[in-house]
Design a protein around this ligand. Structure first.
Ligand code: PLP
Length: 457
C-alpha cells in the first residue's frame, strides 16, 4: 500500500474536462505560456496552488449554514477566536479577507522606512508588504535550503549567524522584526524545527527583537516536527503548535491552506500594541474587527478547519500523498527538491532543462510544457516569481528555479498523482527537444501572475 488510506470517504464529486492536444496547445499559447492565465475549465488536474483549493468536510459545510451574518459581533467570530486561542495559543485575533490582508496590517505597522526584515525565505506577497512601507526583506535561511539535493530534515531553519550578520551590518535599530515562515513555500515546503524556534527566541530576546510567524502552513510543519524531531514522537499536534507559537510575538495566517477553506485569513498576537493597532486599521482596509472581510459563515468554516487540521491521521495521509507523487518522480530519475516538502513537489528546472539559459525562463517553460502535454496545471517558482532588484532594476536569478506541483488538500486521488507523474516522466525523457520562452509583457507588481511569454522558435 502507498501509505495510509484516506481517513475520509467521498460524498460529492465535481466533473472535470480533458482538453485534447490541439486545444491544449492553443489555450496555453493564448495564455501567454503563463499557467495563471489559463481558464480553470481547460485544466484537468489543477496543481497550481494549495491555496483556497481544499475540499471542505461535511462538518465545515454544515457550519456555513450556521453563519451569523450580523455586521458586528457575529457568533462565528467568537468561535474562530476560541479556535485560535485553543490551538495557536494567542490571546487576540483580527480576521482579514485572506493572508495578504493580515500581512498588510501587521507589516505596515511594524516596518519603518529604511528597515529590514530578515526571514528564513521570502514569499512574494510578504516581501511586497514589507517593501510598501519602505522596508526590505532579506533571506536568513540555512545554506542547505539552497541546495535542492541536500537532505537536511529542517531546511526551513533560520541561520542565526546570518541574523547576527544583518544586525552587525545594518545596526539593531534597522531590524524591524524577524519573520519566520512555517514549511517554507519558496524553499520547497521545508519545515522549521522546534529547536531552531527555541534558539531563535533566545537570540531575539537578547536584542529585544520581535518574532512574527507566517503560520500559513503551521499544522503541516507541526507534523514534520512530530515525525522528525526527537522528543516529539508522541506529542499531540495541538501541543506542538502551541509550543511553536509560544516562541513568537504574533502571526499572520492565510487560512486558505492548512485551515482547509476556500477563503479567509487572520492575524493573531499576544502583544497588546500590535493588536490595538491592527484592530484599528482593519476597519479601514478589510471591515469591522469582528469580520475583517469575511462572511460569518466563512469564519465558521475557518474555525472548524483549523481544528480539523490538527488531526494526526489527516496530516499523515495528506503529506503521504505529496510524497507518493515525489517518490514516483525520484524513481524515474526526475530532478526534484529533496526532502519532499509538505504541500508540493518541486521540480528542479535548471537540471530538467539544462540547455536553456536563465533568460529563457526554464521553470516557466517547464510549467507551460507540462500543461501542453497533459492538461496538468503547475506554477513557476523561480526567477519570474523573484522579480527584479528594487535598486538596480535587474532580473534576480535565484539559485532555486523550480516548478511547483501543489497538491490541494483532500481533492485528488493517487491515480491523479500517477497520471501527473507519467506526463512529467514522458517529458523528462525528451527534455532536450523542449524550447525556451521569451518574456513579452511584464507587469509592475508580482509579475508572475500576469506576465506573458512566447515560444522561442
Ligand atoms: C507563506 C505564505 N504567506 C502568505 C500568503 C498570502 O496569503 P493569501 O494568498 O491568502 O493572501 C501565502 C499565499 O500563498 C503564503 O503561501
Amino acid at each position: 500500500m502507498n501509505g495510509p488510506p484516506e481517513p475520509f470517504k467521498i460524498k460529492m464529486i465535481e466533473h472535470v474536462n480533458m482538453p485534447d492536444q490541439k486545444k491544449r496547445s492553443q489555450v496555453i499559447r493564448e495564455a501567454g505560456y503563463n499557467t495563471f492565465l489559463l481558464k480553470s475549465e481547460d485544466v484537468y488536474i489543477d496543481l497550481l496552488t494549495d491555496s483556497g483549493t481544499s475540499a471542505m468536510s461535511d462538518y465545515q459545510w454544515s457550519g456555513l449554514l450556521l453563519g451569523d451574518e450580523a455586521y458586528a459581533g457575529s457568533r462565528n467570530f467568537y468561535n474562530l477566536e476560541r479556535a485560535v486561542q485553543d490551538i495557536l495559543n494567542y490571546r487576540w485575533i483580527v480576521p482579514t479577507h485572506q493572508g495578504r490582508g493580515a500581512e498588510h496590517l501587521m507589516y505596515s505597522y511594524l516596518v519603518k522606512p529604511g528597515q529590514i526584515v530578515p526571514r528564513n525565505m521570502y514569499f512574494t506577497t510578504s516581501r511586497l508588504h514589507v517593501e510598501l512601507p519602505g522596508g526590505k526583506m532579506v533571506d536568513a535561511i540555512i545554506n542547505e535550503a539552497h541546495d535542492p539535493e541536500n537532505l537536511h530534515p529542517f531546511k526551513g531553519n533560520l541561520d542565526l549567524k546570518k541574523l547576527q550578520g544583518y544586525i552587525d551590518e545594518y545596526g539593531i535599530d534597522k531590524i524591524a522584526f524577524v519573520n519566520v515562515e512555517m514549511n517554507v513555500n519558496m524553499a520547497g515546503g521545508q519545515p522549521v524545527s522546534m529547536e531552531n524556534l527555541r534558539k531563535l527566541r533566545e537570540f531575539c530576546d537578547e536584542y529585544k527583537l520581535k518574532i512574527i510567524i507566517d503560520a500559513t502552513r503551521s499544522s503541516e510543519n507541526a507534523f514534520f516536527i512530530r515525525d522528525r524531531e526527537k522528543g516529539y514522537e508522541d506529542i499531540p499536534i495541538v501541543d506542538i503548535l502551541r509550543e511553536m507559537m509560544s516562541y513568537s510575538d504574533g502571526c499572520i495566517y492565510s487560512a486558505k491552506k492548512d485551515c482547509l477553506v476556500n477563503i479567509g485569513g487572520f492575524l493573531a498576537t499576544n502583544n497588546e500594541d500590535i493588536y490595538e493597532h491592527c484592530r484599528n486599521m482593519v476597519v479601514i482596509y478589510e471591515g469591522l474587527h469582528t469580520y475583517g472581510g469575511m462572511a460569518g459563515r466563512d469564519m465558521e468554516a475557518v474555525a472548524r478547519g483549523l481544528r480539523e487540521s490538527t488531526s494526526y491521521a489527516y496530516l499523515k495521509y495528506r503529506i503521504n500523498q505529496v510524497h507518493y507523487l515525489g517518490d514516483l518522480l525520484i524513481k524515474a530519475g526526475v530532478p526534484i527538491v529533496r526532502p519532499i516538502g509538505g504541500h508540493a513537489v518541486f521540480l528542479n528546472a535548471l537540471k530538467f532543462l539544462p540547455h536553456l539559459t536563465r533568460e529563457q525562463w526554464p521553470a516557466q517553460t517547464l510549467a507551460a510544457t507540462i500543461y501542453e502535454d497533459s492538461a496538468v496545471r503547475s506554477m513557476e517558482r523561480g526567477a519570474v516569481s523573484k522579480g527584479r532588484d528594487k535598486e538596480t532594476g535587474e532580473n534576480i536569478f535565484p539559485l532555486l528555479e523550480l516548478v511547483r506541483l501543489t497538491i490541494p488538500r483532500r481533492v485528488y486521488t493517487n491515480t491523479h498523482m500517477e497520471y501527473t507523474a507519467e506526463s512529467i516522466i514522458r517529458l523528462y525523457e525528451k527534455r532536450e527537444a523542449i524550447p525556451g520562452l521569451k518574456m513579452v509583457y511584464e507587469p509592475k507588481y508580482l509579475r508572475f501572475f500576469q506576465s506573458r511569454f512566447e515560444k522561442i522558435k
